[in-house]
Design a protein around this ligand. Structure first.
Ligand code: F1P
Length: 594
């Protein structure tokens, strides 16, 4: 195993493992690199899993190698400048702030827009925040990754939401500096600088932005970044890209990058709202409060790891995990749950999030989506009617309680399922719970956050604490279920362009075959054939994605076939003999046979 490449080649096509370095080389995007801290996370104890997650989360604040981090003066100056633009927008009657992204980035955009609109509403001002997410509101709950690859779709949605506005701050979030949906929007903003101030928010150095052809477009993401850099020099655009280090599970940008997105956007807008009210703000101190929060949360490592164990037991036994959350903590649960199918190939029922009053609380653009089907029924009442009666001993329900007022009906208590809670108040530990993670925020030193309208600020810290804990729950549970090999999720869904090339990189990493051959194995697995016709080979990546999205175990099958140089059908049969992907892959790699 020691001889295995430390990194895998990603779609820049440049990086090759050099055993003498045994380090992540410069030309791999940081968000796609492997984190040395977690290479043995797949065989670690639950305590160690949580500790590794903690060490990696610390890198968000401590920085990564020689790169510019969160506390770098340049980062702080850019936050301040963007915040000033936002203040200017708040003062304009026709101003608008648009936060846009794909997958997790779009969901965080939604969360922030929702929260800050609430702050504006509470102080009697116009709610000028809007969110855009590729795939629209359905993508808030279920991954809709194909529209992520469509720059034109991004542009149309941006035009639609900003129609009639004369002053727009646009923040395009793409952790990997890679999403075509956002690239199109940034480009459109640059073409219309009289109205838009574009901001690119992500976590790679600019030169590592994706430089792969975007289908149906004539630019790569890197080219858009280069154009932006010219505008940055004229103060007409901003690039906010501190480096927070590689993800705990390779490429899983929902984790550290998602956290850093939330921190940065909140810092910008807390500072903006305060400046609007003439309250001075200290950006560095605000960032520091999140760093302290990280320690407060992980102080509870032993109870978090107990929760991870419960969640792992449930998934291993074929049970489900349900998050029941009050206020925006419910949104955090919903976000965490929605990421499991694309990240871990989980089913839609494996992990679900339910939110207090459902859509009424979400305040999403398209309103009530429950007619779309059972996975869109998200209120606590719907949980009680649809889910509780069928709960079994192997199922786990986690309550995300913001304060003492949170209660669930007695039917849940009568159920034989496992029950856990995350709470932020110092109530007696609920003795009906199988596990309680209690986070004490009372000693957290936060910057004075201004007048009474901001009493909800404390909620921001509760949200982030919840994100950290739930990310640990679902990451840890899937590791325990054997979905992760070393620190690579080998059973990912090939549901967009980035993931297609990530899959090719994974196959190359473990088979040491040339990239073209690895791509062929992936296609063979997608089309379940050993003979790829010229017609199939000539299709575009987007066509392969459409086919692959609906399929199971595409990457493991291709990987096994590539390692053993066997037929696709034989690879499938070999995998069927193993319940656990991790042991299948590790047996095959170690023995080159099973
Ligand atoms: C967007 C994203 C991720 C998701 C998956 C596919 O990434 O949807 O949120 O987990 O990796 O891509 P990005 O544009 O923020 O890099």
């Amino acid at each position: 195993l020691a001889a295995l490449p430390y990194i895998y080649e990603c779609d820049t096509g440049l990086n090759r493992y050099d055993p003498r370095l045994a380090l992540i080389k410069m030309d791999i995007p940081i968000t796609e690199a492997r984190n040395p801290v977690t290479t043995t996370i797949d065989v670690a104890s639950t305590d160690d899993i949580v500790q590794m997650l903690h060490m990696c989360d610390r890198e968000i604040f401590n920085g990564w190698k020689q790169y510019k981090g969160l506390f770098h003066p340049e980062t702080i100056a850019t936050i301040r400048q963007i915040s000033e633009v936002a203040v200017d927008i708040l003062k304009k009657p026709d101003g608008m702030i648009v936060l846009s992204g794909c997958g997790t980035s779009g969901r965080i955009a939604f969360l922030i827009a929702r929260n800050f609109n609430e702050v504006l509403r509470n102080s009697g001002r116009e709610q000028c925040f809007r969110y855009l997410i590729a795939g629209r509101d359905k993508a808030l709950f279920t991954s809709q990754e194909a529209p992520e690859d469509d720059p034109q779709c991004g542009i149309e949605m941006l035009k639609e939401v900003t129609a009639g506005r004369n002053r727009v701050l646009f923040i395009g979030i793409t952790c990997g500096l890679s999403a075509p949906f956002v690239a199109g929007q940034l480009y459109y903003c640059m073409e219309n600088l009289n109205i838009y101030t574009p901001v690119l928010l992500g976590f790679n150095p600019s030169n590592l932005a994706r430089n792969i052809k975007i289908e149906k477009w004539d630019k790569t993401f890197l080219q858009v970044v280069r154009l932006m850099e010219n505008k940055v020099a004229e103060n007409k655009a901003y690039i906010l890209n501190p480096i927070v280090g590689p993800e705990q599970i390779t490429g899983s940008s929902r984790m550290k990058s998602g956290t850093a997105t939330k921190i940065l956007l909140e810092t910008i807008f807390v500072s903006c709202v305060k400046a609007y009210e003439n309250i001075p703000s200290n950006i560095e101190a605000h960032l520091k409060s999140y760093q302290d929060l990280c320690e407060v949360v992980y102080k509870e490592t032993s109870s978090i790891s107990k929760l991870v164990q419960l969640a792992g037991n449930s998934l291993k036994a074929g049970g489900t995990i349900s998050y029941i959350g009050w206020d925006s903590l419910g949104v955090m649960g919903m976000i965490d749950a929605s990421e499991c199918p694309p990240t871990y190939g989980a089913s839609l029922s494996d992990i679900r999030g339910f939110v207090e009053t459902g859509y009424k609380l979400l305040n999403n653009i398209e309103g009530d989506l429950s007619p779309l089907g059972k996975y869109y029924r998200i209120s606590i009442d719907e949980f009680q009617s649809d889910i509780v009666p069928g709960l079994k001993e192997s199922d786990l329900v986690i309550l995300l309680m913001k304060d003492e007022s949170c209660t669930v009906s007695d039917i849940l208590w009568k159920s034989t399922c496992q029950k856990a809670c995350i709470s932020f108040y110092s109530a007696e530990k609920e003795d009906r719970m199988d596990c309680t993670v209690s986070i004490d925020l009372s000693n957290l030193i936060t910057e004075p956050l201004g007048n009474q309208h901001y009493k909800s600020w404390g909620q921001l810290y509760k949200e982030l604490s919840t994100k950290w804990i739930l990310n640990a729950v679902t990451t840890g549970a899937h590791i325990l279920k054997g979905k992760v090999y070393q620190n690579i999720m080998v059973d990912l869904k090939v549901s967009n362009n980035k993931l297609f090339f990530r899959a090719v990189g994974i196959i190359q990493n473990f088979s040491n075959l040339p990239k073209e051959m690895c791509q062929e194995y992936l296609l063979k697995s997608i089309y379940m054939t050993d003979d790829l016709s010229d017609d199939l080979k000539s299709l575009q990546v987007k066509d392969h994605i459409v086919k692959a999205t609906t399929m199971e175990k595409v990457v493991p099958t291709a990987l096994v076939a590539a390692i053993l140089k066997c037929k696709i059908d034989d690879a499938r049969k070999l995998l069927l003999q193993h319940h656990v992907i991790r042991t299948a892959i590790s047996d095959i790699i170690n023995n080159r046979t099973v």
